[in-house]
Every structure is written in structure tokens, then in C-alpha cells.
Write a protein that binds this ligand. Structure first.
Ligand code: FAD
Length: 440
């Protein structure tokens, strides 16, 4: 077999898509997968693209973030979606699959592909000198040696995280802004935060319900990651009834302009994107179950009717601060011929991981042909997601495909369903044009 010029490391959701794309474009690919010789703590088989937990690939409707992303992937050609069609099981509005049929299909397709050389080995060091282009798609449970090498080569000591610590995000349109005010602590900086004040009674009730709420039990390999900056709010609350008032709910330096006083406690909301359509609850990383998060966080004045576009979580998760290290093309800023794909880039979930695999495959092929890698349009869900993870200011926490990432429509549309429909149509039209323009 002719020597491959490109390597894909990791045969998960993203790596399978990337290798498949490169092979389809006529390139020989070395695809490295360490399983079954070396397993991760979550995978159970040696199959490629194994679904480690749920068997759902999310909503089908284009008015859901995941559904729109899938529709865009369909346009680009997706092995994961091809497999899902073969393996689909009934699940209402969601695309659920028989996990065994799903990963067996992908394994067989890639094994049979004469352009793909599947090498069942752990890669311990980035093989930068051995290939013209390398794609790293080793996922949230990247092996230790490789993680160390990535850290060293990218100078990513501070920019590679081992746990995510996700705080919930709400749709700004569902926040009751009449109950709080915009401003910063001690009026330093601009009016960057929306402050939701709580009275003593509201605070005590909130803490009481937080303590009673049901929590997710960490997986064995996840352990407790209660280091600074990653402490769940319910754990803080267990330390004493005022702990949160000295932590993320501290009111000092926040004078409510309506009363001229400091409230008893404050929850701060911060813009998650430039348009301000998404607001996160500052310091509210949590391991409460999803239904309990909605119940308890809606006790916060201003959030009684909030729609949560992302709920909080804390997992073992190896991911890059892509906003510092990667370009929207998924190339490393330091090594342009090194690309990353999948959950390691800071996207969240099976489908988003697979989508970035397609993008990395397309851009690796372009690099191999000496063409400029592509930035996907921001009006598409793929483009919006890549734009978010590579340009987010401050700390990056994993993000899934949500409509709030898309630029607003030129004219305000009040009806939410219609708004999503119009945004989805715009995204698919853009993707179609982009595909034709670059012959994707
Ligand atoms: C426990 C757990 C549960 C999850 N549950 C869900 C869920 O229910 N729904 C959802 O949408 N998302 C879930 N995720 C998040 C995420 O979407 C999946 O992990 C997804 O598989 C990520 O795709 P990926 O291609 O980036 O990584 P993976 O699919 O994990 O693929 C990475 C591959 O790289 C291999 N690898 C690692 N290091 C090396 C190395 N050094 N050399 C060679 N091969 C290597 C691994 O064996 C693996 O096959 C979960 C994650 C975890 C950890």
C-alpha cells in the first residue's frame, strides 16, 4: 500500500468521519485506534465510533440545534448519519440507534475501505514529522501519554482541561429583566452582568432546595474534582448556609439602583456570546440532575420562566481551550498542519463531535492539495459552533449546538418556532451555497 500522507488519531465519532472524508477525497489515511488493546474507562468494545452512553443522536427536526446540525452534515455527506439510518430504532422526535448495529456498520465500512489503513495502536506522541497532515480526534478520554505530548508541543499547560465544569445557560429572551439590573461589581468595567437579587427569604429557600435536590452520581473513573473553579454549587452549599453568599452569590459591590442597597444575595448572569442571546449563571457549575436544575434554578427571581439551553454538568473531559489554540478551520495556530476534531476541541456530544470530524477531514484534504482550509459560514450551525469554540472570550467550557449561537435574523421575529424555522432555512441555504462554491 502506498504510504499515507495523513494520519487520523482516534477512531471515535469524529475520527471515523474525518478518515471517511479523506478516503472519499482519494487520500490514503492511517487511522489509529488504541482499542481494544488499550481501553478507555468508558468504552466497552473495540468497535469504531462506539456510543459510550446514550443511544440517542438527538432531535431530528431542523428547529432543534442537533436536528439542524444533522441536516447540514447530511449535505456534506456523513458516515455517522449513514450508519444511523441502518441502525435506527423508534424514539419519537429523536434519532436513536441500536448501538451495536451502528458501530459495527461504521467499523465494517472503514475496515473495507481500501484507502484506510486501520492501525490498532495507541499513539503516544504527535507524529508530526511522519505525516504531511495529522488530525487528532482522541476524544474526552484521550490517553495520558498523548495528552502530555499535546500539552508540551502546543505549550498548552494552562489551556488543556481535564474536567469540564459547565454552568447552565439560559435563553436571554426568557429572563425577566424587570427584576434585576445590568452592572458590574463596584461599577468596574461596563454593564457586563445582569444581576438577579435575592432577599434573605428567597436565598434561604434556594439553599434549602439546593441541598434537598437529587444529584448525579459520578462515574467510577470520574472521582471528585473539587478543585478551585470547579466546585459544584451544591457542594459549596453543604459547607454552610452562608457559603454561597461568600462565593458565587456574593452581593458585595453590587448596589441595586432601584433600592440603593446591596441585596442579601445575587446571582449574576453573563453574556455567553457577542449578541447576548445566551446568558450563563456565573459560578453555577453543578451535578444536580437536569430536572432538578430546572426546578431549583427557577426559584431565582428573574429566572422563574427561564428556558435552559444548556444545563450544568461536571465530567472528566480532556479538552483544549480552542479559543487560544485553534483557528475556526480546526488547525492548530502553532502547527497549521495539525488539526483537532471531536470533543477534544470543546464541542459537546456525539453529533457535534462527528460534525467537526467532517470539517477536519475537508480541511485536511485541502491542505494536502495545497488549498486554503475553509471557515464555515457563521449562519450555519457548524460554522457558529466552530466560531464559538475558537473565539469565545475568557474560559471555554464545552458547547453543544444551540440556536442561540446563530446570528440574529435581520428582522426581529416574535414567534419562537417561526424564528427557528427561518434561522434553520437560512443555515441550510448558506450551507448549500458554500458546498457548491467549494465543491464539497
Ligand atoms: C462517559 C461519557 C458519556 C458520554 N455520554 C454521552 C451521551 O450520552 N451523549 C452524547 O451526545 N455525548 C456523550 N458523551 C460525550 C461525547 O460526545 C462522546 O464522548 C463522543 O464519543 C465524543 O466523540 P469523539 O470522537 O471526540 O471521541 P470518542 O468517540 O471518545 O473517540 C475517541 C477515540 O480515540 C481513541 N483514543 C484515545 N486516545 C488514543 C491514543 N492515544 N491513540 C489512539 N487512539 C486513542 C479512543 O479509544 C476512542 O475510540 C459522553 C462522554 C463520556 C466520557
Amino acid at each position: 500500500m502506498e504510504k499515507a500522507k495523513v494520519a487520523v488519531i482516534g477512531g471515535g465519532l469524529a475520527g471515523s468521519e474525518a478518515a471517511n472524508r479523506l478516503a472519499k477525497e482519494g487520500f490514503k489515511v492511517d487511522l489509529y485506534e488504541m482499542r481494544p488493546k488499550k481501553m478507555t474507562p468508558a468504552h466497552k468494545t473495540g468497535k469504531l465510533a462506539e456510543l459510550v452512553c446514550s443511544n440517542s443522536l438527538g432531535g431530528k427536526e431542523i428547529t432543534t440545534g442537533s436536528g439542524l446540525l444533522k441536516a447540514e452534515m447530511e449535505k456534506l455527506g456523513s458516515l455517522i448519519l449513514e450508519a444511523a439510518k441502518q441502525a435506527e430504532v423508534p424514539a419519537g422526535g429523536a434519532l436513536a440507534v441500536d448501538r451495536n448495529i451502528f458501530s459495527s456498520y461504521i467499523t465494517q465500512k472503514l475496515e473495507e475501505n481500501s484507502n484506510i489503513n486501520l492501525i490498532r495502536e495507541e499513539v503516544k506522541k504527535l507524529p508530526l514529522g511522519d505525516y504531511d497532515v495529522v488530525i487528532v480526534a482522541t476524544g474526552p478520554l484521550t490517553s495520558e501519554d498523548l495528552t502530555e505530548d499535546i500539552k508540551e508541543k502546543l505549550g498548552a499547560d494552562r489551556y488543556l482541561y481535564f474536567y469540564d465544569a459547565i454552568a447552565p445557560i439560559v435563553d436571554a429572551e426568557t429572563v425577566d429583566f424587570s427584576k434585576g439590573w445590568w452592572g458590574s461589581r463596584y461599577n468596574k468595567g461596563g454593564a457586563d452582568y445582569f444581576n438577579c437579587p435575592l432577599t434573605k427569604e428567597e436565598y434561604e429557600r434556594f439553599v434549602e432546595e439546593l441541598l434537598k435536590a437529587e444529584k448525579v452520581i459520578p462515574k467510577d473513573f470520574e472521582g471528585a474534582c473539587y478543585f478551585e473553579g470547579c466546585m459544584p454549587i451544591e457542594v459549596m452549599a453543604e459547607r454552610g448556609k452562608d457559603t454561597l453568599r461568600y462565593g458565587p452569590m456574593k452581593p458585595v459591590g453590587l448596589i441595586d439602583p432601584r433600592t440603593g442597597k446591596e441585596p442579601y444575595a445575587v446571582v449574576q448572569l453573563r453574556k455567553e456570546n457577542k449578541e447576548g442571546t445566551l446568558l450563563s449563571l456565573v459560578g453555577f457549575q453543578t451535578k444536580l440532575t437536569y430536572p432538578e436544575q430546572k426546578r431549583v434554578f427557577r426559584l431565582i427571581p428573574c429566572l422563574e420562566k427561564a428556558k435552559f439551553v444548556r444545563l450544568g454538568s461536571i465530567h472528566r473531559n480532556t479538552f483544549l481551550q480552542s479559543n487560544r489554540l485553534l483557528k475556526p478551520t480546526l488547525q492548530s495556530k502553532k502547527y497549521p498542519n495539525l488539526l483537532f476534531a471531536g470533543q477534544i476541541t470543546g464541542v459537546e456530544g456525539y453529533v457535534a463531535s462527528a460534525a467537526t470530524g467532517i470539517v477536519a477531514g475537508i480541511n485536511a484534504a485541502r491542505l494536502l492539495r495545497d488549498e486554503e482550509p475553509l471557515e464555515f459560514p457563521k449562519e450555519t450551525m457548524i460554522g457558529a459552533l466552530l466560531n464559538y469554540i475558537t473565539t469565545k472570550e475568557g474560559e471555554l467550557q464545552p458547547m453543544n449546538p444551540v440556536f442561540g449561537l446563530l446570528p440574529p435574523l435581520p428582522k426581529k421575529v416574535r414567534n419562537k418556532k417561526l424564528k427557528k424555522q427561518l434561522m434553520a432555512e437560512r443555515a441550510l441555504k448558506k450551507m448549500e451555497e458554500f458546498k457548491e462554491r467549494f465543491n464539497l
